[in-house]
Design a protein around this ligand. Sequence first.
Ligand code: DGJ
Length: 374
Amino acid sequence: MKYIKLLLFSGFLFFCLKSQSQNEKASSIHPGEIWKDTDGVHINAHGGGVLYTKGIYYWFGEHKGETNDARVGVTCYSSKDLYNWKNEGIALPVSNDPNSEITSGCIIERPKVIYNSKTKKYVMWFHLELKGQSYKASRTAVAVSKNPAGPYTFIKSYRPNAGKWPIGFKEEWKKSMAGEGTLKWWTPEWRKSVEEGLFVRRDFTAGQMSRDMQIFVDDDGKAYHIHSSEENLTLHLSELTDDYLDFKGKYITIAPAGHNEAPAIYKQDGIYYMITSGCTGWDPNAARSFKASSIWGPWEKLGNPCRGEGVETTFESQSTYILPVAGKKNAFIFMADRWRPKNPRDGRYVWLPLKMENGHPVLYWKEQWTLNDL
Ligand code: DGJ
């Protein structure tokens, strides 16, 4: 009798453990909900991007605690199926050296990693703000590693394109215009002066501001850095050097004075598409979209890609990356953040299928979905 009871009890235990582990293995995406890693902990990879290499996806993002500043560094998670993510640890740790540009307490945002097949190195770019300066420094930063999950070695941070004019910048715009410093920001004259390079001129010598950023690698292996510049008024798109570790000095401005943040780019059937947000701090706003048949523009405005309820707030989120799904033609995932500034670590991930309708990228809200929905 005792033996039978023991047998029944162990059978019951086995059943419980089995069903628990089955529950823990995810087989769909639930935008905006707690997303547990394979250890059962909410994923901490905000403002992230994904690298696909050798059959594995690596999701890099900002580690967030109770405050927005960086106390840990850039996190990395890996996955083979895009549903279940294993914590790979800290790919780029902040430094304990108070003199380091990435000292604990700096701000690290929107890390993106790409692979350079010539140097066989993984290159990480991110937005860096120096400790104690809020968002004043406006730098981009680069780090490198031999392994996808790191550790990454920090190289440098700076404002890019110092001493370079953007492509198409007119000769007459290169000199300051009389009275431009006194123009009021709400006037059409001020807007015109921004469109005619007010801030590009101001920052020409020291380098252009670089805040929210994205990296895009084209089919020919050329890589591009896209960032909010000119006091977040205008996007800059610049070509990186062949080793991806620096700026080549060739860049354009996109949507001057258009106030775009959070740029995310993808290419479908030879056309480049970009989704951005407006600038409202941590609060969500309506997304925008653009397209271009050359990466160098012109970039045509397409309007808000969201459809249905939630269009005014991008379903309470802000773009961070557009992920091409490996092995599936024209299958893209829109990745966005639902920020929680009062408790940043509780920020959520809004991943949605990115579709195309009449030549426009479109996004519909989904409570739950699988890769079969792409
Ligand atoms: C919006 C940006 O997209 C975020 O990355 C972050 O910089 C916040 N602004 C800061 O307010």
